[in-house]
Write a protein that binds this ligand. Structure first.
Ligand SMILES: [Zn+2]
Length: 348
């Protein structure tokens, strides 16, 4: 069950203005991770562009036309979100890369790690937002549904709330969206009371966490909220939106997660996917703006995903040893607030 990476050096050609955190050098970090994996004998698959039909499963026509209209030029879509001449093509390539990962894992070939920019989880059905042009993980989830899968879980551990992913699936009971995020923080959505709408009620799980949370906090949130709900849902496919911007070194947020904390989270989530979803797991990059931290966390992620399949346990999470980041009060409070809401929907 070997891990594959999906990556391309083309992603460096999505340009953003000087000083922008979502910068081309992030693609160089991806390239270094892919080169290291290839050198060790691992497989790196090339992405393909998502088709317009695949994008239209989650974005409306006006949005697709607007982004297509930026081809060949630089444009500002909102105060944070920019295109360069090749961005439209590269955003289609980023969305399509996730589909290569889905194909790999649905064929029973193990997990996939998809290294892409621009990121995707802020992109809504009708608009680009927060560095994101197309919602990469949403395109992947819709594609998997079109293959006949009945239950897809998207777990988003980027430090920011994935407003776009939530919005696209908020009325869809087939897609479970679980997000841990700093709160308050950009984009402002993701309150614990946002649980989905109409037929999708109970299929959105938000765990907002106070700034300053570290490894223990996140481990508690995963063990008490994310793993039990993911286990109860028993997804046919688990897609992870992994932003590494909850890292203590990250310049955009105020969380204190270490590289080892990320390793622990990925270990827990992979073990859960192994136990409940036959190891069908696609990990897709979102944020992460400190380049050394991004590289270290991705290396840890590769190690976790490349390890032999873990035994059928629902929690491979970090041991409860004391950690430098504090006693986990923020995590306990976040978990209890989420459980108080989600107990209406889940056996937690
Ligand atoms: Zn983020």
């Amino acid at each position: 069950m070997p891990l594959v990476l999906v990556s391309s050096d083309a992603f460096e050609r999505h340009l953003t203005p000087p000083g922008h955190p979502e910068r081309p050098e992030r693609a160089h970090v991806f390239d270094a991770v892919a080169t290291s994996w290839r050198t060790s004998g691992g497989a790196v698959l090339a992405p393909r562009p998502a088709t317009l039909e695949e994008l239209a499963a989650v974005h409306d026509r006006a949005h697709l036309e607007r982004i297509a209209g930026t081809a060949g030029r630089a444009a500002m879509l909102d105060p944070d979100t920019f295109t360069s001449p090749e961005s439209y093509d590269l955003a289609r390539l980023a969305a399509g890369a996730t589909l290569v990962g889905v194909d790999h894992t649905l064929a029973g070939n193990g997990p996939a790690l998809v290294l892409v920019r621009p990121p995707g989880h802020h992109a809504e059905r009708h608009q680009a937002m927060g560095f994101c042009l197309f919602n990469n993980v949403a395109v992947a989830a819709a594609y998997a549904r079109a293959q006949g899968l009945l239950r897809i879980a998207v777990v988003d551990i980027d430090v920011h709330h994935g407003n776009g992913t939530q919005q696209i699936f908020e009325d869809d009971p087939a897609v479970l969206y679980i997000s841990t995020h700093q709160y308050p923080c950009y984009p402002g959505t993701g309150a614990v009371t946002e649980v989905g709408i109409s037929a999708g009620r109970g299929r959105t799980v938000n765990v907002p966490i106070e700034p300053g949370a570290g490894d223990d906090d996140y481990a508690q949130v995963l063990d008490r909220v994310v793993v039990p709900i993911l286990t109860a849902f028993a997804a046919d496919l688990v897609i992870l939106s992994v932003g590494y911007d909850a890292h203590v070194q990250d310049p955009l947020a105020q969380m204190q997660v270490t590289t080892e904390g990320y390793r622990g989270m990925l270990t827990t989530l992979r073990a859960t996917a192994d136990a409940t979803s036959r190891g069908r797991l696609v990990v897709v990059t979102e944020g992460g703006y400190d380049l050394p931290a991004l590289g270290a966390c991705l290396a840890a992620t590769v190690e976790v995903l490349a390890a032999p399949a873990s035994p059928a346990t629902t929690s491979g999470g970090p041991a409860a040893a004391p950690r430098a980041s504090g006693p986990g009060v923020r995590g306990r409070e976040a978990a209890e607030a989420a459980l108080a809401i989600q107990k209406s929907f889940w056996p937690v």
